[in-house]
Design a protein around this ligand. Structure first.
Ligand code: ATP
Ligand code: FE
Length: 351
């Protein structure tokens, strides 16, 4: 099965070609420079850049794969959730290609793309437990099939990726904040500052990260008031303390999610993490240890497939296609599209 995938829900314009699980091409055109001056992604600028770049990304993906559009069996596109202008650009581009070439169209949930990526890179059987941690989301899911997700809990406010980005901004580190904060944290002392670990005393898998940035801001301002500025050591210690707080919350809640998941007695118990924050080495290492102790297999996609890319959308599309799902020309772009079962159909349609 040859699948063309398109992704344009945030600030990466991407197109990919898959033959089965083999990635023939995965072109990712980032927009970091376009948004750099604004300290965050500007939706209007992103939408325009996607509209300009999608055709180029598709042409490049086809050219690198050595295939022509005629050879493609299905076209998968992110139909949400995300910045609506970008999602619209992708959906319109995919509809044009599907109508022009007479190919089936599949509207894919971006979160399903992240959540299924571990099956693209590893032989992972359903049902597996997944922690999806990205720039805009954080949730525990039992993945029972390409269109069957059970949400166990998640953040009730900020996503960890957002928190990493805000922390970097508060400390004058570059964007995206995750890699910069992780790098500084490696040189820091994680016990100098004790940041809050909210909701640990409550049952369930819900999490909260918004208090963390307020606590960090308070410490930063206190140091600046006392000493007139931050030293490299202050910065490293703040990052280390911040990262340790996130890691501890994720670890404790993962322990609970594992217990819920094991109630099903899955034949091949496995835990996977995906999304941009899954690139964090401290978080990965902690998850790995926890799994080893609980008798679960641990898997995480390579870093390049953790952040936004069209290969994951093509892959999710190929699984949905194989299961008989199709979208049509009424396919709608959705700014919000939760993975919870029953909330909305897991293949995009006009409904
Ligand atoms: P969503 O998928 O929820 O719509 P998104 O697609 O924008 O959000 P991703 O591309 O999956 O998010 O991930 C980007 C986020 O990952 C950014 O917030 C970035 O700071 C974070 N990130 C990247 N590398 C690391 C790292 N090493 N440590 C922590 N966070 C990281
Ligand atoms: Fe994403």
């Amino acid at each position: 099965l040859i699948t063309l995938g398109l992704e344009s829900s945030c600030d990466d314009t991407s197109a990919a070609i898959l033959r089965g699980r083999e990635i023939l091409s995965n072109v990712v055109m980032g927009q970091t420079e376009l948004h750099a001056a604004f300290g965050g992604v500007v939706p209007e600028i992103a939408a325009r850049a996607h509209a300009e770049k999608l055709d180029l990304a598709v042409a490049e993906a086809l050219s690198r794969s050595g295939l022509r559009l005629a050879a493609v069996d299905a076209i998968a596109v992110t139909a949400g959730p995300g910045l609506i202008g970008g999602v619209l650009s992708g959906v319109m581009c995919a509809k044009g290609l599907a109508a022009g070439a007479g190919k089936p169209l599949i509207g894919v949930n971006h979160l399903a793309g992240h959540a299924l990526t571990p099956r693209l890179t590893d032989d992972l059987a359903y049902p597996y437990l997944m922690l999806l941690i990205s720039g805009g989301h954080c949730q525990f899911l039992i993945v029972r099939g390409a269109d069957r997700f059970q949400r166990l809990g998640g953040t009730i406010d900020d996503a960890p990726g957002e928190a990493f980005d805000k922390t970097a901004r508060l400390l004058g580190l570059p964007q995206p904040g995750g890699p910069a904060v992780e790098d500084a944290a490696r040189r820091g002392n994680s016990t100098r500052f004790r940041f809050p670990r909210p909701l640990l005393d409550r049952p369930g898998c819900d999490m909260s990260f918004s208090g963390l940035k307020t606590a960090l801001l308070r410490e930063r301002d206190r140091i600046v008031a006392e000493k007139g500025g931050l030293t490299e050591t202050d910065r490293a210690d703040l990052c280390a303390g911040f990262q340790a707080a996130i890691r501890d919350v994720l670890t404790e809640k993962t322990r609970r999610a594992i217990a819920l998941y094991l109630e099903d007695a899955p034949a091949q118990p496995a835990f996977a993490i995906a999304g941009g924050v899954a690139a964090n080495r401290a978080i990965r290492a902690e998850s790995e240890t926890l799994c080893a102790r609980s008798g679960l297999r641990f898997t995480a996609p390579p870093l390049s497939l953790c952040t936004d890319n069209a290969a994951m959308i093509a892959y999710a599309g190929s699984e949905l296609f194989a299961a008989g799902h199709r979208s049509d020309m009424t396919l709608k772009a959705r700014p919000r599209w939760p993975l919870d079962p029953g909330a909305q159909p897991l293949v995009g349609s006009g409904k």
